[in-house]
Design a protein around this ligand. Sequence first.
Ligand code: MN
Length: 383
Amino acid sequence: MKFLHLSDLHIGKSVNGFSMLDGQRHVFGQIIEYVRSEQPDAVVIAGDIYDRAVPGVEAVRLFDDFLTGMSNEDVSVLLVSGNHDSPERLNYASRLLSEKRIHLRGVFEGALRPVTLTDEYGAVNFWLLPFIKPSSVRNPAGEREIDGYDDAFAAALESANIDFSARNVLVAHQFFTRAGVAPVRSESELNPVGGLDAIGAESIGDFDYAALGHLHGAQTVGAEHVRYAGSPLKYSFSEWRQKKSVTLAELRRKGDLTVTTLPLAPLRDMREMKGRLEVLLSAEAAARADREDYLHVVLTDEEEIIDPLNRLRSVYPNVMALDFENSRTGVDASAMRPTPEEIGRLSPYDLFSEFFLRLSGAVMSEEQAEIARELLETSGTER
Ligand SMILES: [Mn+2]
């Protein structure tokens, strides 16, 4: 049984105001090429199909094209919802589509159910678990209280009564962790309340393969066969050094598994660039083929610069973020970004100061600070 494992497509996502649709269409083409060349039995997509519960028209159209493209290659498609998807919307027409070997599980219906595919060694059960919260796993008989994500997942697993002497694959979109294994997290993941959503990965080690979604960097969780495929594109600058890929798993007899990763090449890469404006705008730099990449530019100039963003964009059209690093800012401005917890404690004035620093690369002058204070006071925001 050979299958491609992907996750976290986030179709329709915008990053810093830039639509990712073209880039998504580009990598989906590569994935279909891999389906053609590798001839897997199935493509497994472990959640976060769309970026939003109500995706835009273009996003729905792109997913329709992607599904149709895969379906034309004579492959089964198995997918579950992620925390970004609307369970009910994703579930649309799922009974009809299963006749086309497209198995969508958007809604958790109280019990984990498998889709069984067969190969020359017999059956492989793919257990498709849509994203669950403690509240989505209610015990109908009421004899069990669900206390947290770990418990909810345990209850879902129990409901399945899995025979682990057979070959089993789990497809799930949850935050699985293991003691001693630090997860690689990315800023583009939705991060609910400080790790309360974590589920111990020990409980899924008995599956022959766990095809996971949720973390955007490709990684294993303490074992080769328990893996996050990661998103097919970089969706935040925290991922700029990651290599994006899809994962190809081949499960022969029980216990005989090989896993490889197949690289994905983005239409435009996302990267960080640091230096003085004059150097970055030089003819030599401007002639580089990768100047249309999505860029986070860190300017190191000491002197005041007028309109740096537009000047940069005249050469690098896809500058997404701009920061300054010089003796005025003193420290790397990107490292000064307040954490979400800190933002809650900042006053409107402090928030505005932060915003001003991010935008201009300098702290406000006395005069500017006075104007900001006055405006916040008259608007009734401050004090
Ligand atoms: Mn995601």
